[in-house]
Design a protein around this ligand. Sequence first.
Ligand code: GUN
Length: 301
Amino acid sequence: MTDQATKIDQDVTTAERIDGKAFAAALRADVAEGAARFQAQAGRQPGLAVVLVGDDPASQVYVKTKMRQAAEAGIASFPHLLPGSTSQAHLLQLIDALNSDDQVDGILVQLPLPAQIEETAVIEAIDPAKDVDGFHPVNVGRLSTGQPALVPCTPLGCLLLLQDRLGDLSGKKAVVVGRSNIVGKPMGQLLLNASCTVTTVHSRTQDLAAECRSADILVVAVGRPEMIDASYIKPGAIVLDVGINRIEMAEGKSRLTGDVDFAAASSVAGAVTPVPGGIGPMTVACLLRNTLSAAQARVAE
Ligand code: GUN
């Protein structure tokens, strides 16, 4: 082989593209089977209340997708679309009503909320048994102590993809980039519960690239477009890209991109999730799975 041919070989994409979209479709089909069994037993469909305050376009798209996919899986959804001027007291009243509504097994309040509403107060008002986002401190505490819990959907989706590819994760070196309550922190807990050696890195971490390069499993959730290039990735690592960033282009056009430079990562990693079509669809599928679990737990009580 000539030197030129060797160089071209090295430049060729090597990583497998992890098809989160297909995996999520299979997961939704499993949920649909479970929802049908639930309906036969309980005489009603599992129910998901979806609350959206305001008219943020990205949130509207997410909420629509959640409700459409719920319907396709045999889960009833109860939309509550409130104006951006809604007061915290009004929202808390609605949550009280949903907590006592027997048709409702899961309550999802789309975040972020408008400035006049305190996110923590809303999350803490949700009955932990209906907290399908897994954000309530009771579920956070259960996850961190290894008890059965409703677990945040995005990290749960990441864990399912990893277990599908690798089986037992025990002893793997996992690095989580980002420390949010929605993704980074619960992701670290889930990986720790799966017996990984876990490091969480963030904007103040010294030599972030070196930390990332030690990872067999790299999960990135920072909201910085294409921040992770080949220099952050250990050869053969599995890279999960949780970021969804919209980049404005010429003539009013835009494109979606992740926190990982997909092409660069593909030249080093063993497998990488794309954006779109990677983790995003897993989040919604896990929301439906959590709703079914919450419904089953409620009727078993
Ligand atoms: N906003 C961004 N991600 C999420 C999520 O997982 N759940 C809710 N409720 N809002 C979000």
